[in-house]
Design a protein around this ligand. Structure first.
Ligand SMILES: Cc1ncc(COP(=O)(O)O)c(C=O)c1O
Length: 442
């Protein structure tokens, strides 16, 4: 018998194509043999397990200081963590944040990482048009579409999403633009690693203010800053916050401690003007579990106060080193086939565009690397397959009806976060073999 599902329920019954692909690899992934450049996992070595364990012990042993750390918390977040995050932004001058600006803003903690804040926004905002960059953060954009939003992905440039290009699209939409719900911009883009330049950042904030005035209701811009603390190229522009520079615009910044500390803590937060949106977010947190686990929030607060500066420096150094070696290897090994390489200056992704070779999940290149060509010489024998290499095909990273649909067929995201450098270089060698194989079969 059929269920009486909501639209979201109906759309969620079948896993998204990328989830399906990753699940099929996960089921028989061979540690030490297969190489996973697909997952967005952080490198295990960046997680300060010993420090976390020490801090957890201290919290458990001192209930008079860390009160009720194993009880329910409040839906806005633990006051100690909220204050620690405020202080960290100001003392580190993140985005140029000052005490005066921070004092005017509200900061709330999500129930389970930045993801839960993004999820809440999809519930709170009326479904309509969402403007984002192409390539796009496929996990959230897929989620938005299942909730009934129409995602319009505007091709990014070297400096990220250009507000002039967005303005163009909105103008072209004519009366349809009245369905604009919000802007969603990942400041170090996932999948491409492209860093949004300050000029575009402020321009986008101004555009959100302009369209809010035009439509007579707030069309906020959400900057997803998941990787913003991980800009590791010393020559990169230092980001300035639109909350500081364009204070009149409806700007909200979403941050997370996942990438710089530990995803398992599930600490994500949003900073912006106090008001209806923040209130609805807090209510949503209450609806789905009252708060993030208090123990985790207390741990995060202690880490921020005592260790975060060194931790962020250490993590950045680690990814910088890997990014340089992997970047050089990409050019040396795959050079003749490449049209473009993005990323490598922040976070842990490179985004490759081949001149001709298709990368999608039915391509010869993909078949070679997943050992599904059907030729035992290429695949190895069943039960003893040659090493497999997992990556995210560009087909999942561009909007299926969008402007870069064709280009996406020959793109891929490669993560240098999770695997060790020598494995990544080995995987690039396999990719070269796969490129040759695809050429030979054409
Ligand atoms: C762009 C982007 N936003 C949000 C997240 C999720 O972060 P969290 O672990 O805080 O839920 C990720 C994780 O990969 C991400 O890439």
């Amino acid at each position: 018998m059929d269920f009486s599902f909501s639209r979201y329920g109906r759309e969620s019954v079948k896993p998204s194509p990328v989830n399906e692909m990753m699940a099929s690899f996960a089921s028989d992934f061979r540690d030490g043999v297969d190489i996973n450049l697909g997952v967005g996992y952080v490198n295990e070595k960046t997680i300060p397990t010993a420090l976390l364990s020490e801090v957890m012990g201290e919290i458990a042993a001192n209930p008079e200081i860390f009160r009720q750390a194993f009880n329910y918390g409040g839906p806005q977040g633990a006051p100690g963590l909220i204050q620690a995050l405020r202080d960290y932004h100001v003392s580190e001058g993140i985005g140029g944040m000052t005490e005066e600006v921070m004092a005017r803003l509200e900061l709330v903690i999500g129930p389970s990482g930045a993801t839960s804040i993004l999820d809440a926004l999809a519930d709170i905002m009326e479904p309509g048009i969402v403007i984002t960059a192409d390539p796009l953060y496929y996990i959230y954009c897929d989620h938005l579409e299942r909730k009934g939003f129409d995602v319009i992905a505007v091709p990014e440039e070297a400096g990220g999403l250009n507000p002039a290009a967005v303005r163009n699209i909105l103008d072209q939409l004519g009366p349809l633009s009245e369905r604009l719900s919000f802007f969603y911009v990942v400041t170090v883009n996932n999948p491409s690693g492209t860093v949004l330049c300050n000029e575009y950042r402020f321009g986008l904030a101004e555009l959100a203010a302009e369209w809010s005035a035009r439509l007579g209701r707030c069309c906020p811009i959400f900057f997803d800053q998941a990787y913003e603390w991980l800009i590791h190229d010393p020559d990169a522009e230092v980001p300035r916050s639109a909350l500081v520079e364009v204070p009149e615009a409806p700007v909200y910044e979403i941050g997370t401690l996942s990438k710089v500390l530990a995803p398992a803590l599930r600490i994500g937060f949003m900073v912006g003007q106090a008001g209806a949106l923040m209130q609805a977010l807090v209510q949503k947190t209450s609806d789905v579990g009252f708060s993030a686990p208090l123990l985790n929030q207390e741990m995060a607060a202690v880490m921020l106060r005592r260790h975060m500066r060194d931790q962020v420096m250490r993590v950045k150094e680690g990814y910088r080193e890997k990014s340089l070696v992997v970047g050089q290897a990409i050019h040396e090994i795959l050079g003749p086939w490449l049209e473009e390489v993005r990323g490598g200056t922040a976070g842990f992704y490179y985004y490759l565009t081949f001149q001709e070779t298709a990368t999608h999940s039915a391509s010869l290149f993909f078949n070679f690397l997943s050992r599904t060509t059907g030729d035992p010489l290429v695949d190895g024998e069943s039960g003893a397959l040659h090493p497999r290499v997992i990556y995210i095909p560009g087909e999942f990273c561009v909007h299926p009806l969008g402007f870069t649909k064709e280009k996406g067929q020959r793109q891929l995201r490669l993560s240098y976060g999770y695997e060790e450098t020598e494995n990544i270089v080995a995987a690039l060698g396999w990719m070269k073999e796969a490129l040759r194989y695809a050429e030979g079969q054409r």
